[in-house]
Design a protein around this ligand. Sequence first.
Ligand SMILES: Cc1ncc(C[n+]2csc(CCOP(=O)(O)OP(=O)(O)O)c2C)c(N)n1
Ligand SMILES: [Mg+2]
Length: 299
Amino acid sequence: MGKSRRVKTLPGNSTSDGDLDDRIDQYRQTAQEVRRDIIEMVYAAQSGHPGGSLSAVEYLLWLYNEELNVDPANPSDPDRDRLIYSKGHACPVLYALLARYDFVDCDPNEEFRRLGGELPGHSSPKVPGVEFPSGSLGQGLSYANGQAMGADFDDRDYDVYAILGDGETQEGNIWEAAMSAGEKELDVVAIVDRNKKQNDLPVAETMEIDPLAEKFEAFRWDVWEVDGHDFGEIAEAFEEINDADGPRLLIANTVKGYPIDFMEAQPNGYHAGAITDDELDEAMEELGFDPDTVEVSTK
Ligand SMILES: Cc1ncc(C[n+]2csc(CCOP(=O)(O)OP(=O)(O)O)c2C)c(N)n1
Ligand SMILES: [Mg+2]
């Protein structure tokens, strides 16, 4: 595993110095802003995937601020760490972060899901800072394995992270990749967003994936499990993850649609859809923003 642990100081509102508690306070505030950005983006486009974006905010903020060695001025640097975002339908969160940290300079509220727009509805590497063309679920872990093998072939010292949906782990390709990463002891860190819901229904009612930890352990992975909305738990897990080698899985227990009540209440955690005017106001209030100060219009 590479020794690069901290992001280069990212522009915008990145934090990576100072006391851990202070950093976590800052991340908590930033998380609310990122959630506002997600809701605005999906409202403006009148389509998109807010539920699985809202569940992914904390661990992605942690990666960008604490782990990833990436540089918006040189997003194709061959030595950059690789973030393979495999659940690419839930890309509003990724775009919100890439805009915040200056990888993209367009206005996501104008470009997301527009015909010919800069930010396609599933994350695409044509967007600076996006590594992997997603949309067809199940492929990101294999791609991450390839990147980890590439680091060895090219004698490079970058780290590889893969973000998977929990419903996504129903895909057969995930298990082929899990098996080969274990057998070849590949340096891959995977995070499963265990929000327990997928596109229509809860995961358990579609096809249960538990016991997830034991399944990965059987393929020789080391596994950590945290509350995926708790920066303190994420920080502790990464202290150990960073000291380990080989394939490592972080199960991030999250809530799909968090923390917006009407989204969480849906059987699919508001997987996808067009946010109405009333829902926009309600979501902003729940996030602590005055709806009257939100300036966003639909296309
Ligand atoms: C191969 C493939 N099959 C089906 C779909 C349709 N699909 C889009 S999102 C989704 C559910 C994903 O659920 P999960 O992985 O749990 O993601 P999250 O809850 O984080 O949104 C499905 C089945 C797809 N994109 N790709
Ligand atoms: Mg899910």
